[in-house]
Design a protein around this ligand. Structure first.
Ligand code: ADP
Length: 610
């Protein structure tokens, strides 16, 4: 059980008061008793002296007779006994006359016949003391009366020797009664003083403790998070100073907590907004913090991850190795890992932080998803390799024929003309590739401004067909068009959309064997939300088709399903890449599906005009 300070103070004060009163009372009683006894002894000594003097003539002959007989007398001397009784009445005390051998010669309170049977008094302390020192006193309870008695004994001396001892005894009843009375009065006084001190100490403790209790209550509220609470200042004493110091501390605490909260909120906002995943580890590799990007990247829950070993949170051999290296070497490290099963590439920058102990940030790992970057790098590298290859093929051909001409073919007109035609064709192809590349790079770099106007697809299809029809007819293709009459216009740039259609139809004509069927269709796709409606255009053919694995890749630059065939048919490998760029610049989508039963079906979705 714990006592409150108030009770401790109250009980402490009461204990002190009680002890003080008890000691004071005891000392007072004892000193009064001692004083009274001294006074009574003094008085009794005077009376005993007188008695000794008075009895001396009676005692001396008695003692000298018994000394001569060598024994104590068998009967009491009645004159001495009468004298003793008489003196006792005047002296108001019991008088006993004792011979030196301890025999009682006379006693005022004992019948004459009983005196010789009285116990030997030699060993009584007052008698012994009177014989040896000339005066003896004692206070004890009488065995016969049960009263407390004060004894005083003086010797009765002859000229040369001691004759006996006379002893006076008075009861201490009056003294005892007075002391009892005094004790009672003291009890009452002490009881009153005790009650008063109880009341005073309770009041004092309450007065002293109230500000402290208030402070304790406010401190509890502060600890509970109510930082706005302050202690009311009541005084300017030590308690007041303590209260004002506590208030200052609360001010500082509130300011500090606000500062820390703001910093934390900013930090959290930064961590939350970051695209990169962040993981903070302590020196043992325990996860202290992860941000939402990391949670998404590795499909982990931040709350579950915190406090666990990094290896349990993300199970990746290379990552574990990297973390171990950083924590052991305490040097920044970086590396790249591939995630399973997503196949995404993640670059990790692991930096050493200042922490040295458990639960302190020792290493900060930043995870960048570089999948797209790596893909673009690959596309760029492939592109450079492809461009070189695509340009080198016609150039090599041109160079070969020019050399053949120089080597003598120029002197054979027929051959020369054939060679020159080939050189011309290859130059055209070079030109075509360069035109397409230029166009692509212009679209990519944003140099081409796309108009955004309602494009009626009927007209666009008609314009395209006017260009393509001769080629289709040449191969005996059957070109059909089915556009609903109420087709809403698409939002975009008509010239560019004609280019899209031309490329798709050109491919359909090229990659469909003679006498195939090419079908152009369109439909409106109402999405229901304002500005979200779309128009879908499709070009299907009954040609060679595209294997499913190649379908997503045919939109890449220079990607061809069958290189030789494409080249033979005059393709640059850039047509569909240009289609994709134009459609995406219109916020549309393009993809290819297999046509039933054979061939391909290219689908373009464009936003409908408002
Ligand atoms: P190309 O100039 O070689 O035609 P494209 O970018 O237009 O280049 O087309 C890329 C590749 O996609 C072609 O080489 C061809 O293999 C394939 N392809 C495109 N359209 C069709 C189609 N309608 N039918 C079959 N394959 C096609």
């Amino acid at each position: 059980m714990t006592l409150s300070i108030r009770w401790k103070v109250t009980l402490g004060a009461l204990l002190a008061v009680t002890l003080g009163l008890a000691v004071a009372g005891w000392l007072a009683l004892r000193s009064i008793e001692r004083l009274e006894l001294a006074r009574l002894t003094e008085d009794l000594e005077a009376r005993t002296g007188l008695t000794a003097f008075t009895l001396r003539p009676l005692v001396l002959p008695l003692t000298s007779r018994s000394q001569a007989a060598g024994r104590s007398p068998a009967t009491v001397d009645s004159s001495l006994q009468n004298r003793v009784r008489e003196l006792s009445r005047h002296a108001l005390a019991r008088i006993t006359v004792i011979a030196l051998d301890g025999t009682v010669l006379a006693d005022s309170e004992t019948a004459d016949a009983a005196v010789p049977r009285l116990e030997n008094h030699r060993t009584r302390p007052e008698v012994l003391s009177a014989v040896t020192t000339g005066r003896g006193t004692d206070v004890r309870v009488s065995a016969t009366t049960g009263q407390r008695l004060l004894y005083l004994a003086l010797p009765i001396a002859s000229d040369s020797s001691l004759a006996g001892v006379v002893r006076l005894a008075i009861p201490l009843t009056t003294l005892d009664a007075r002391l009892l009375h005094l004790q009672r009065a003291l009890w009452i006084a002490f009881g009153t003083a005790f009650l008063v001190s109880v009341a005073v100490s309770v009041l004092l403790a309450r007065g002293l403790m109230r500000p402290l209790s208030d402070m304790a209550a406010v401190a509890r509220q502060l600890a509970g998070g109510a930082l706005g609470q302050r202690i009311r200042l009541r005084s300017h004493d030590e308690v007041g100073v303590l209260a004002s110091t506590l208030n200052q501390m609360a001010d500082q605490l509130e300011a500090k907590i606000r500062e820390v909260s703001e910093d934390r909120a900013q930090l959290l906002a930064m961590l939350t907004a970051m695209v990169e995943g962040v993981m903070v580890l302590d020196c043992r590799g325990t996860v202290l913090q992860v941000n939402p990007a990391l949670e998404r990247m590795f499909r982990v829950q931040g709350a579950e991850a915190r406090g666990r070993a990094h290896g349990e949170v993300i199970r990746h051999h290379e990552l574990n190795r990297l973390v171990t290296q950083v924590l052991e070497s305490r040097h920044n490290q970086s590396g790249e890992i591939t995630l399973v099963p997503s196949g995404r590439t993640v670059r990790i920058e692991a930096s050493v932080a200042g922490g040295q102990r458990e639960n302190e940030a020792c290493a900060v790992l930043v995870f960048h998803d570089v999948t797209e970057l790596r893909r673009l790098e690959k596309v760029r590298k492939d592109f450079v390799a492809n461009v070189s290859h695509e340009l080198r093929t016609p150039l090599t051909s041109i160079k070969g024929y020019v050399e053949a001409m120089l080597d003598g073919a120029k002197d054979h007109p027929e051959e020369a003309v054939r060679f020159l035609e080939i050189i011309m064709k290859q130059s055209d192809r070079l030109n075509l590739i360069l035109d397409d590349l230029l166009q692509l790079s212009q679209i990519e770099s944003g140099q081409v401004l796309f108009k955004r106007e309602p494009v009626h697809l009927h007209e666009a299809v008609e314009r395209t067909l006017a260009l393509i029809k001769p080629l289709a007819d040449k191969k005996g293709h059957n070109v059909t068009v089915s556009l609903p009459p109420d087709l809403p216009p698409a939002a975009g740039d008509e010239d560019r959309l004609v280019q899209v259609l031309t490329n798709l139809l050109d491919n359909a004509v090229k990659y469909t064997p003679d006498r195939g069927t090419i079908h152009i269709a369109a439909r409106s796709i109402p999405v229901g939300e304002p500005d979200q409606d779309q128009v879908e255009l499709s070009v299907s053919d009954t040609g060679l088709g595209i294997p499913e694995a190649d379908r997503p890749r045919v939109f890449e630059r220079f990607y061809r399903v069958d290189k030789a065939r494409s080249r033979e048919l005059g393709g640059t490998g850039l047509g569909l890449a240009i289609v994709k760029h134009i459609v995406e610049a219109h916020q549309g989508q393009v993809w290819v599906e297999g046509n039933v039963p054979t061939g391909s079906r290219f689908i373009v979705r464009l936003p409908a005009a408002k």
